[in-house]
Design a binder for this molecule. Structure first.
Ligand SMILES: *[C@@H]1O[C@H](CO)[C@@H](O)[C@H](O)[C@H]1NC(C)=O
Ligand SMILES: *[C@@H]1O[C@H](CO)[C@@H](O)[C@H](O)[C@H]1NC(C)=O
Ligand SMILES: *[C@@H]1O[C@H](CO)[C@@H](O)[C@H](O)[C@H]1NC(C)=O
Ligand SMILES: *[C@@H]1O[C@H](CO)[C@@H](O)[C@H](O)[C@H]1NC(C)=O
Length: 534
């Protein structure tokens, strides 16, 4: 056991407690939750056959995966160079900046008490429990239903130049049947290339969640092991020396065998459906639901056809921890990659970025993106709109959520956006995504129309929302390409779909431009609006 990888309980001068009940043993250890407040992880894994904890990890929770499963789940490790650099930084007692990018699973979807029980928080908690530092920066940048394509456009907003580690979880959102030359795969490669080119040389890890029920094909209506896009994305990862963590490689056999915590014959939520193709036609069935007791539910891996339940989230977290532990060990053993281990041939243009793997994929400036602070200057003329913080009392600028706001019908703001940037090699449609506040009190609607340079059909932005939460939404509409596209947003007196009062408030916080041929863009084309925590 590496000297530094001691259980968090020991770091605080306490021994882990051992409970023995009828031959069943379960260990509890003090846990540091993200806020730093120590709590006890409940004894969730009580019962079932006893097995030794994996030797690799000291987790602030009772481990779920065995050593064999962890090693299988590390589907590709690569040279380890960037992870070792990260490990060296942690071993030197320095703080790191970690960014988790992904869709709803990364957002905690399926876990019982998000964010605490979700995989991202568990992973962050492990880092901070094993290498405690008050200045670590842990940021979850999930956007439900998002793909790599959407992150590639606004990447510098989501991940700053000095990031140390970035995790990517997009596999279940990316279009399954897409060739490497498709817009989706090319965008994924762009995302990897842009991250790898960051000056801080961040370590990147690709995490493949696996959806048993959505993995169909070749006569199987579920559980197809090799359902894409996992293999395609892993091929990209290999090309770029990016470690890959695979749920299917780690636990598919446990799912197929019906092992406790990995069962897939039921899901934990009621009335969840599963669509599948049988004999050329789409069929739909309601998935059988598990018993609802907390212990009974823990036998199952999924809450619905896509999202993992707590065992699934825990699996994802343990998979992410494993390669980092390996890198720490390599550094401690003096086995990290040295100068002599790397070829320095003159033909190699650079160690990190070879030419793109996908023929014809070119490094291109992304479409325009301006959110929050960067968005202020996008509004070039206005009447009745003010630049104000949505949460004035929040501690940091970023959390204050500044935007352009008005509550008076007839007020307008004019945005000037370059809708041409980054379109050099893109055929097809250019979309403008306007980010605005949706909330439950005082909110109204607005009309957006093209005034100068570009053309578009006018679109309605609806700021009303049924739930008692405030979100930033992105409403998209097609525009023509022009370096100075003028868009006017006018506050309307029409009520929104969920108007609860006579409010007319409209708050604009950002804009993003993407270029993609919508026909043939699969799931991408279906995304009309995005919840977006800017
Ligand atoms: C990490 O742990 C330290 C205590 O060692 C705590 O002060 C800090 O707030 C934690 N950071 C995060 C982001 O949880
Ligand atoms: C599939 O369809 C064909 C032709 O419609 C039919 O002959 C065959 O029995 C079907 N197979 C199944 C498994 O339903
Ligand atoms: C912010 O703080 C001030 C003074 O403490 C208070 O009056 C105001 O209501 C707060 N505003 C919000 C939006 O919470
Ligand atoms: C406006 O809408 C019409 C009808 O839906 C469509 O045919 C046309 O292409 C749209 N124009 C633009 C600029 O998007």
């Amino acid at each position: 056991m590496a000297a530094l990888l001691i259980a968090p309980g020991l770091l605080h001068g306490e021994l882990p407690h051992l409970f023995h009940v009828g031959g069943i043993s379960a260990r509890t250890a003090k846990v540091l939750c993200p806020g730093g407040r120590p709590t006890h992880e409940p004894l969730l894994w009580f019962g079932g056959p006893r097995r030794p904890p994996p030797r690799q990890l000291d987790l602030p929770w009772e481990p779920l995966l065995t050593t064999a499963e962890l090693r299988r789940g590390l589907a590709y490790y690569g040279s380890g160079a960037r992870l070792q650099a990260l490990a060296a930084k942690l071993l030197a007692g320095q703080p790191i900046k970690v960014y988790a990018l992904g869709g709803s699973v990364t957002g905690g979807g399926g876990s019982s008490y998000p964010p605490a029980t979700a995989y991202v928080s568990r992973f962050f908690r492990w880092i901070n429990a094993t290498f405690p530092h008050r200045d670590h920066v842990f940021v979850n940048r999930a956007i439900p239903a998002s793909t790599a394509f959407l992150f590639a456009t606004c990447l510098s907003h989501h991940v700053p130049a000095d990031a140390d580690l970035v995790t990517l979880e997009f596999t279940v959102n990316e279009r399954k049947e897409a060739p490497f030359t498709s817009i989706e795969r090319r965008a994924f490669e762009q995302l990897l290339r842009r991250l790898l080119a960051y000056p801080g040389r961040p370590a990147i890890m690709m995490l493949h969640h696996y959806s048993w029920f959505e993995s169909t094909g070749d006569g199987l209506n579920q559980g197809l092991y090799y359902a894409e896009p996992e293999s395609q994305l892993s091929t990209l990862a290999q090309f770029y020396d990016v470690p890959v963590l695979s749920v299917r490689a780690a636990v598919w056999r446990l799912m197929a065998a019906g092992a406790r915590h990995f069962r897939v014959n039921k899901v934990t939520l009621k009335d969840r459906t599963h669509r599948y193709l049988q004999n050329g036609t789409w069929l739909e069935r309601t998935l059988p639901v598990s018993a609802q007791g907390p212990l009974a539910k823990l036998a199952f891996y999924y809450v619905d056809s896509l999202h993992p339940y707590d065992p699934g989230h825990q699996t994802l977290a343990e998979l992410l921890v494993h390669p980092l532990v390996r890198a720490v060990r390599e550094v401690e053993a003096g086995e990290s990659l040295g100068e002599d281990d790397v070829r320095h041939a003159a033909e190699l243009t650079g160690p990190d970025l070879p030419p793109p793997m996908i023929p014809g994929n070119v490094d291109e400036e992304p479409g325009a993106c301006a959110l929050l602070g960067d968005f202020k200057g996008v509004v070039v003329e206005r009447q009745g709109f003010e630049y104000r913080p949505e949460r004035p009392n929040a501690s940091e600028f970023r959390n204050q959520k500044w935007g352009w706001t008005s509550s008076r019908p007839g007020s307008w703001a004019e945005l000037e956006v370059d809708t041409q940037q980054g379109s050099g090699h893109a055929e097809g449609d250019t979309l403008l995504w306007l980010s605005h506040l949706r909330s439950y009190a005082g909110m109204g609607t607005a009309r957006a129309e093209c005034r100068d340079g570009c053309v578009c059909n006018s679109t309605t932005l609806d700021g009303t929302w049924e739930q008692r939460v405030s979100l930033f939404y992105m409403t998209r509409f097609p525009v023509s390409r022009h370096p100075r596209c003028r868009i006017r947003v006018t506050v309307s007196d029409q009520p929104g779909a969920y108007s609860a009062d006579n409010g007319h408030k409209v708050t604009l916080v950002g804009v993003m431009v993407t270029h993609v041929p919508l026909a043939g863009a699969g799931s991408l084309a279906a995304v009309q609006q995005l919840e977006f925590d800017v």
